[in-house]
Structure formats: C-alpha cells, structure tokens
Design a protein around this ligand. Sequence first.
Ligand code: ZN
Length: 418
Amino acid sequence: MWLDDYDTPDFRERLAALWAEVAPLYRQLHAFVRGRLRARYGDSVVSRIGPIPAHLLGNMWAQTWGNIIDICKPYPEKKAADVSAQMKEAGYTPVRMFRLSEEFFTSLGLEPMPDTFWNLSVLERPADGRELVCHASAWDFCDQRDFRIKQCTVVSMDQLITVHHEMGHIQYYIQYKDLPMALRRGANSGFHEALGDTLALSVQTRKHLKKIGLLKEEKDDPEVDLNFLMLTALDKIAFLPFGYLIDKWRWDLFSNVTSPEDLNCAWWQLREELQGVKPPQPRSEADFDPGAKYHVPANTPYVRYFVARILQFQFHKALCQAAGEYDPQDSSRPLHQCDIYQSKEAGKLLSAMMRLGHSVPWPDALEAITGQRAMDASPLREYFRPLEEWLTKENERTGETVGWKSDGPVCTKTPEAT
Ligand SMILES: [Zn+2]
C-alpha cells in the first residue's frame, strides 16, 4: 500500500539500483569522516576498518552529519559556508526567513503566499509555553486559499533550508489547488519533498549568499568551495543510506521477512550494512531504537526523502540549464555553483510540473521538468564531482580503507549481562 504512491511494480529494485549508483560516493565520504573522527578520538574509539560509532556523528540518528563540519573541513584553516552567525548579526527573524524564501519563489514567477499564510501560520515556538509538536510541517486546508506552516523556527542556516523545504510544499499546494480534490497531491510523494530542497540548492550557493548580503564579496577560493561542498555532502550524501533504510526495514517487517522478535537487531543490521555505523553500546531486543525516529511511531513512509534527494539534483540540473546558468561543457561554471534566482524560464518548468499534481503518472511530471522519464542519480554525482575527486585522492593519500567490516555483533536477543 505504501508503494502504491509510486505506481511502479519494481520500485524497490529501482531504489536498490539508485542506491548502488550513489554508494561509491557515500563510501568515500564515510572513509574520510571515519579518518577524521579517529584522529580526534583515537583508535580505541574509532577503528580503522569498522563501522563508525553512531553517536560521534553529531546527530541523534546519525542521519545528517553537518554538525561535525568543524572536524571534517577539507581545509580546516578556511571557513565553511555556514552563515548562521551572519544571519543573527544581520538581525534575521523567523518571519524574515519566510519572506526571503517567498521572494525567491516570486523571483521565478511563482506564487506569493496568501494572507491566510501570514496570519495563521505558526512560525515560532509559542511564547505561552503551550505544548506543540515542533517537527516542521506544511498544511493544505483544501479550500483553495488557506495554506499554513507550523515550524518552531530558529535563526540558522540549517533552518533557512528547512524554511525553503516547507515553502516548497505550500507552493505545490497552491499550484495544484484547482484540480479535483483526489488529484491534489504530488506526482509522487518524493516530488513533494524535493521541491523546496531544489530551490534551497540555489539559495545556499556562495553566489546567492553574496547577492543577499550574507557573505562578503570576496574572490572565489577553490578551497573554501570544497569546504562548502563538504558541508552540503554531510547533509545530502550522509543522509542517503538512512533515507533508504527506514522503509527497507519496515517493508521487511510488513512482509514477514523480519519477525517481530528481531525488530531491533534487524534495524542495527541494516544500519551497519548500509550506513556503516554501529550503536554506542550493545543493543538487544529489550530496546526499540527505530522508535526514536519521529516517522516510525508517526507511521509516516520515509523512502520519499531518499527519492527526493535523488530528484532534487535532477531538477536542479534541468532548471540550471533552462536558466542558462549551467553548461556541462563549461568547467568554470560547475553545477554546485548554479543559482536559478530570477529565472522565469526555470519558474515555468517548475510551474508546469507542479500544476499537474497527481493527474498524470509521475514519469510524465518528471519529463515536464527534466525531459527524462526515469529517476537518475547521475546529476547528484555531477554536483559533487569536485568533492568526490578530492575525497578519493585524500583517502588514497592517508591510506584510509574505503568501506567497512563488522567488528562483531552489536545486537542480541536478550540484554548482555554487564
Ligand atoms: Zn517535507
């Protein structure tokens, strides 16, 4: 039932193939990060060839690793492109972050937010202390005019990306609002998740951050540029196996491949196999670690985020080409530096795709924007190519083993005696 949304009989096999296509890049990143963590914490904590202890990656689920950028910068003495401090200095507020995002959409010729959005959304944690599910979300009230976001926004670059992500959902709702109710959905749910992220790929370029005054005008420095790509990779590439495995674990559970007695150990097996991470201490079936991820108790399918990570680079490449901002033959303008801001051509493609809602099979919607009918991971590889080349050389230079081998069982039926 969960896969019905994708309307593709062999969808699981296609996802496995996409994962295989991006896994070599993930393994290079993994090896490099493990090397830096080992230098920081020592061989007794981080082994040379084993999985990475998950609690060292700076995120509760080890799903994105941007929080450890300080120890992962290719050029530690140069800055990365996190502009959180500059945003605070410039007096940014949550509302201003949403206005900035709206302006990006309208610069492409897309729709501004209606009054209901500005009057009725919850854009900050309520000051009266009332309980709120702070996980950011975007809502279509299905009356063609009322659309809202709920987000406990704090002023940071990371959250600025989330703002664009949520605004992408709202823009999609607005674009397909005149379709019959049953068709007011994304082409598939991966499309819905990819939309705002696609725009954020432009917003977070150093070029764009300079345009909006968050970075000072200075000469391009290829070393700063690699630091920037690393920050993006710690988010987008580190996430790939995680985005894939949550549902892989649940599909096996739903189809009785995994028995209910092995819930937690099956989870850690996938974590080790796909992500190359291990728990901070031995786990057992007395624990239920997947339950710590919001989408599991909330019963929300998750593979859409993996799909979205692939699609957003396909979209980005097509839009950049339409905007005249990217030419694969021109090495002076790489894909990761492209900004589609103010391109009406890019906006037209986005609108043409979004207005279709769920009224056509998703390959038609994909074709409307990219000219391709199949999901393709090569634009993602293209975007990160300069970093992948650097990582490959660096891992060779430092003699890192690429890949990992289990260093023993991490999960047992019953708790280990301590
Ligand atoms: Zn979303």
